[in-house]
Design a protein around this ligand. Structure first.
Ligand SMILES: C[S@@+](CC[C@H](N)C(=O)[O-])C[C@H]1O[C@@H](n2cnc3c(N)ncnc32)[C@H](O)[C@@H]1O
Length: 439
């Protein structure tokens, strides 16, 4: 599960245990409801969570889309913009997990304060009573017993606001709701968001089948962008699994908006402007490059993964553009003088898997050295032994999270004749490695 990121971790009561009682008492701090004149308000307060470690990549994406006041927090990015910016963030961001619209925030002490906060929002103005709803609550450091109970109180407030307006009450649908409402709590502060994305943004619509440990699409795209992939370099994923890097790389190369084939929560909002949305979508389609034979190749040694990857490529319209092969990574060879290897090896949970990986890493070093001069290898892994055991100079180690699992993206440029690290493995984290953990 992706951690909800909007507050510092040191306030996490789950880490501090029950001894971390609130150090204050009295009335909750002032609550404020955003005086939005609906979706057309040009200063919508927006927040996009993203996989931790990708915040600066998302900041760059949002700045490029014209968002204002873009600021990073741990695990997400806050920004302002009008309805077009909100729709563009949903359509174009490769790394955001969602785009949330902030409707109200304020201090709280108990559940009834959060109910009052939610009651202040003019819900019937945002969506019709015929829309089903789901409320979800995340928290870091909250002192309340049950987050489900908080969700229930917010749901009650939404229904009560509709009843006050003599509009009946919306139904709850926990599986496929029309409107998702997110409550986020820190120790003494609550924020209520309307989710403009609906299904999370990593669901692009092309991946129906996966292998055992697939990467989320937005994390894979972020890894490619951090690696410096811009669509012009040859790219090989020799442990491609279900093909996530391959499709995300092709989308970058073909300038395809990741959200072009899916629906969004904002389409169900009362003030949804279908004409503006159609115009944005047409603009995105006009910018796409025609599908062609791409310098992107994938392989995997698991014979059962290839049909899965093939089906995913097919659904993404890339069946003829990307070549797939069944082979062990050590049999893969370069198909250009230079390029990027971007791959995520298995992490190895069981002891025998750990042993197999310990045997594989030095072989990977030899394989890169023998065949891939001129290429840069990018390994994304939660197994931090890789950088020592591959016996090559790691230029950069970027900390990233796969859900809650701390990982690194190891960048290893293969300059002919110079990449072999002659120092013993024990020196791994010393000066021989240029790259300490990158910020
Ligand atoms: C963590 S998964 C990759 C998941 C992939 N990124 C995705 O999103 O679906 C690791 C993959 O490496 C493959 N693999 C493991 N050892 C291999 C080897 N020696 N050569 C080639 N592929 C290997 C596995 O079959 C598996 O599909």
């Amino acid at each position: 599960m992706e951690r909800d990121p909007r507050a510092p971790r040191q306030h996490d009561s789950r880490q501090h245990g029950d001894s971390a009682k609130p150090a204050w008492s009295g009335k909750p701090a002032e609550q404020s409801v955003y005086a939005l004149s609906g979706l057309r308000h040009n200063q919508l307060a927006l927040f996009s969570p993203c996989p931790r470690g990708l915040e600066m990549t998302l900041v760059a994406e949002l700045n490029a889309l014209g968002a204002s006041n873009v600021s990073k927090v741990d695990g997400g990015v806050a920004f302002n913009g009008d309805a077009d910016i909100m729709m563009k963030a949903n359509l174009y961001s490769r790394t955001a997990s969602r785009v949330l619209l902030k409707l109200a925030e304020g201090g709280y002490q108990q559940e009834s304060d959060i109910y009052q906060l939610a009651m202040q929002i003019d819900w019937p103005r945002w969506f019709d009573v015929s829309r089903s709803i789901k409320v979800k609550t995340d928290a870091i450091g909250a002192q309340l017993r049950s987050l489900d109970f908080v969700s229930l109180k917010v749901k009650d407030a939404v229904c009560d606001r509709f009843r006050q307006a003599n509009a009946g009450r919306p139904n709850v649908d926990t599986r496929e709701p029309d409107m998702r409402i997110h409550t986020f709590l820190t120790r003494d502060h609550a924020t209520i968001y309307l989710d403009t994305s609906g299904e999370p943004l990593f669901k692009r619509g092309w991946r129906e089948e996966t292998g055992e440990a697939p990467l989320r699409e937005n994390l894979a795209a972020g890894i490619l962008l951090i690696a410096g992939y811009d669509g012009s370099q040859p790219l090989l994923d020799p442990m491609c699994g279900s093909g996530t890097f391959l499709v995300e790389a092709a989308d970058i190369a073909l300038k395809r908006a990741p959200g072009r084939n899916r629906r969004f929560g904002f389409q169900r909002l009362r003030e949804f402007d279908a004409l503006s949305w159609e115009a944005l979508l047409s603009e995105a389609r006009a910018a796409e490059l025609p599908v062609r034979d791409l310098a992107i190749k994938g392989s995997d040694r698991a014979l059962n993964m290839l049909p899965i990857a093939r089906a995913n490529l097919q659904r993404a319209g890339l069946a003829d553009a990307i070549e797939l092969q069944a082979q062990d990574i050590l049999e893969a060879r370069p198909f250009a003088d230079s390029g990027f290897i971007v791959t995520n090896p298995p992490y190895g949970v069981r002891m025998d898997e750990q042993d197999a990986l310990a045997e594989l890493y030095p072989q990977l070093g030899d394989w890169l050295k023998a065949y891939f001069a001129g290429w840069t290898a990018h390994f994304f892994s939660g197994d931090l032994r890789l950088s020592d055991m591959i016996h090559l100079s790691v230029k950069r180690r970027t900390p990233l999270f796969n859900g809650s699992l701390p990982c690194r993206l190891f960048a290893i440029p293969m300059v002919a004749g110079s990449a072999r690290r002659e120092k013993p493995a024990a020196d791994a984290d010393n000066a021989a490695d240029e790259g300490k953990d990158a910020e």
